[in-house]
Design a protein around this ligand. Sequence first.
Ligand SMILES: Cc1ncc(COP(=O)(O)O)c(C=O)c1O
Length: 399
Amino acid sequence: MRPAVRPQNPCFSSGPCAKRPGWSPALLEGALVGRSHRSKAGRARIQEVLDRSRALLEVPPDYHIGIVPASDTGAMEMAMWSLLGARGVDVLAWESFGQGWVTDITKQLKLPDVRVFAADYGRLPDLSLVDWGRDVVFTWNGTTSGVRVPDAGWIAENHTGLAICDATSAVYAMEVPIAKLDAVTYSWQKVLGGEGQHGVLILSPRAVARLETYKPSWPLPKLFRMTKGGMFTEAIFRADTINTPSMLCVEDALDGLRWAEEIGGLPELLRRSEANLAAVAAWVERTPWVDFLAEDPDTRSCTSICLKIVDPWFTSLAAEERGHAAKEVASLLEAEGVAYDIAPYREAPPGLRLWGGATVELYDLEALLPWLDWAYAEVRGSWGSSTPRPAAYGAPPGA
Ligand SMILES: Cc1ncc(COP(=O)(O)O)c(C=O)c1O
């Protein structure tokens, strides 16, 4: 039966994520557009974003936080290109974004002493194998597999290497102990529903010490440079951005931060996201055709909630057909206007991916769940009880 209730907001994309409840473009009317970002007023706005982010995320006072170019990718590559190479590196990957950092380290930076700990979609590598005397690069939440590290217990308290963490789909939704990490990156378009293209980089005092005592052997473009004459350019982390940010996006980031403060700060953001995960988990529990892609419940993401289809009809399809069928479920929901952008990342196994970050209302997610049942039944019914598949995808081989 077609469900009677629709989500009020059908935005469940894993980035850019839903704008915060109550958002409208009119909220950006006060943006400092047409003005220099280096003016007193422009710098004040940027500094306000940094100050509010620092307070909300409980960034330690001796850590630096700055806005950098090119979103989370820019922040991560800036950190890796500037910090890595001084000692051996352990890099962990369990989905495509982590694998991207492995490629950077092994194929672009071509570092000589690298250990890669990789796992397939749905699992984590063995975290106990990490050597904290080396530099460690990892992603807190694997956005494309919906697998997160369960907690920070596996991170050595007094590690001597640097811990470099891509936390873009984790910050503001999960406990990320910044004081235990040395470089933490994220972008605005995730949990607070900001806009793309601006990255945030947080550096520990030990990361700054590395910058001042180690010079990479490769050239660093201006976009990555955080030192001048061997000294840390602290100004970048005090509103003197390397290049021009969008003041419209700055205003939008401020709106997201103010909203987060108003609703109760970090604890409330975490609570909202975990409540969204709990709602999906309860539905998965009673729904035979679907399961989490994350095998261990402790590693299930509360932001990028990735689901696999376990119905025997579906699993008996050929790999390509599974991809088509899962995409049809997502397309049908999009056509109905009840869920946008919930097909999995292009390299991930077929299934569905629902964003459950803090800007998503629990009642919207709850309203969506019966639609998932409906859409899956529709697609399965349209394919008929016998495979292969309908003519839309061409005649089966040999037919
Ligand atoms: C874990 C992770 N890392 C990196 C990125 C790339 O982020 P950006 O597009 O902000 O550079 C994403 C985007 O979804 C992500 O989820």
